[in-house]
Design a protein. Structure first.
Length: 501
């Protein structure tokens, strides 16, 4: 008796999604549209490898001996003693840009404006709309410290959101400046880096926890609903009060950008760094106004923290305002669908010299998921190719000629290559989302004709005709034409305007 073979269970790793035609097409369409905006604004494409040396990535590396927390890492050609440089899959597209800029700065045009898109990988807990592998689409300017460079990135991100299919009231970019918090800490005498980081992490939860929860985390700590206790930043009460006044200056989000800056300035002592931040934000506001970027599209919001150890100045976050639901129709909040800011220290890790940089990243996979959850982005992408039905082996040349004519005319088409009958082939075409099927039976071939069944029209009429006999009598969407008119008949079906583009 032989042992039965051990068969692995067919399963997808957590955080890694299998995606078929509609979802892939929706993502690629987003990348194409946003990339076109980047190119129109004068940014050149750049592609770097999926792997970077782990020390070049710099972030998510708490263990120097095995840097695989937060990233997916492996050793490059370890020797007999197991020594070898660690490589890791990139966790974003910005760290590779910093490495590339440091490596090639002498030969690059300055400032260097580039855009990039592709998958990134993060070894962290997945969740709804949050994956371990996802696609980003970035644009960055390296080598300019002008606030107008930040404003240009923000304005371009607004245009990118519109290109993705979102109107001005369906998304907003919230802008702040990390130096505002630096000024608050400076004015309050807070110098410990760990204490600052803990405080910023608390403030970053303001939207979710409200002031009461944040205040607890700024103080001794907080016990959440699950029973977990989080240690607080233990800031002095006067500093906590100053932060409360500062966060309150955000108001209800309806104030103009200039009004928000005035409210922040009146909120209390924000130190020299905070005053510098307000000057930078005012310059960004002037540039946005010159570029005709409306107040509803871009708002100043001092509660935005973002990139705790990453950004050095202006920070931006794009928030989706569309109503979204999960598979069961329950409301779900996607929140951020992209963001960025100024990061003047990233290239300095390699060169020792500060090099100003600013950029924005679209979370393509997240935005596509959000649009799908809103019932948008993908319906027209589900349209498959025209299917040519096969009846007999002896007439194969006729079928091959028909599918070639359609393809040569620029119409997506396929020849059915299974061995099923007519009924199963029609079901196959429907599952493929085919707009039409081409029927060349013996009668059609003998008469020099072709039957084209408009499946789009048939699907529309199916919702209206409930009587089976009436359906058979009407044959909705079915056209008999001269064989020479095949391409013209099919094109009238496939060239209908997309309703979801």
């Amino acid at each position: 008796m032989t042992d039965a073979p051990i068969r692995p269970e067919a399963r997808s790793p957590r955080g890694f999604a299998d995606r078929r035609g509609r979802d892939l097409i929706a993502e690629r369409r987003l990348v194409t549209r946003v990339s076109a905006v980047y190119e129109r604004w004068g940014f050149e494409p750049l592609d770097t490898g999926a792997f970077e040396y782990a020390d070049a990535l710099g972030k998510f590396l708490p263990d120097a001996d095995r840097p695989n927390e937060g990233v997916f890492a492996l050793q490059d050609d370890p020797d007999a003693e197991g020594n070898g440089e660690w490589m890791a899959l990139r966790y974003d597209l910005t760290a590779p840009l910093a490495r590339f800029a440091a490596q090639n700065w002498e030969t690059l045009p300055k400032p260097f404006r580039r855009y990039a898109f592709g998958p990134v990988w993060r070894n962290e807990k997945p969740g709804p709309g949050r994956f371990r592998e996802f696609v980003q689409c970035d644009a960055d300017t390296v080598g300019s410290d002008r606030p107008e460079a930040d404003a240009e990135i923000i304005a371009m991100a607004c245009e990118g959101l519109q290109a993705a299919g979102l109107s001005a009231d369906q998304a907003v970019i919230r802008v702040s400046n990390r130096k505002l918090f630096d000024g608050l800490f400076e004015a309050g005498g807070i110098e410990d880096a760990g204490q600052k980081l803990t405080a910023l992490r608390a403030i970053d939860k303001y939207d979710r926890l409200g002031w009461e929860g944040v205040a607890a985390l700024l103080g001794e700590g907080r016990l959440d609903d699950s029973g977990d206790y989080t240690k607080g930043a233990r800031l002095p009460p006067a500093v906590v009060a100053a932060i409360e006044g500062f966060l309150a200056s955000a108001g209800d989000g309806q104030a103009s950008r200039a009004e928000t800056l005035d409210a922040v300035a009146r909120s209390g002592n924000i130190g020299a760094a905070g005053e510098a931040a307000l000057a930078e934000l005012a310059a960004i506001d002037r540039a946005l106004g010159a570029m005709k970027v409306g107040q509803a599209s871009v708002r100043f919001d001092p509660t935005i923290v973002r990139g705790l150890e990453y950004y050095t100045g202006a920070v931006f976050e794009a928030e989706l305002l569309l109503e979204t639901t999960d598979d069961k129709g329950r409301p779900v909040r996607f929140g951020s669908i992209g963001g960025g800011g100024r990061y003047d220290d990233l290239v300095a890790r390699f060169t020792g010299e500060r090099l100003p940089a600013t950029g924005f990243s679209f979370g393509v996979s997240r935005l596509a998921s959000a649009l799908r959850a809103a019932g948008r982005g993908g319906e027209d992408a589900s349209r498959g190719p025209v299917v040519v039905i096969v009846f007999s082996e002896t007439d194969m040349q006729h079928y091959l000629d028909a599918v070639s004519e359609l393809r040569n005319a620029g119409i997506a088409a396929e020849l059915y290559l299974g061995r099923a009958g007519m009924k199963a082939q029609m079901k196959y075409a429907d599952r493929r989302g085919a707009p039409a099927v081409v029927i060349l039976g013996g009668d059609e071939i003998a008469a020099g004709q072709v039957t084209v069944k408009d499946l789009d029209a048939g699907r529309a009429r199916a919702a209206e005709i409930t009587d089976n006999e009436a359906w058979k009598a009407e044959r909705p969407g079915q056209v008999v034409a001269a064989r020479a008119d095949l391409v013209a008949v099919v094109r009238r079906i496939t060239d209908r305007p997309d309703t979801d583009a």
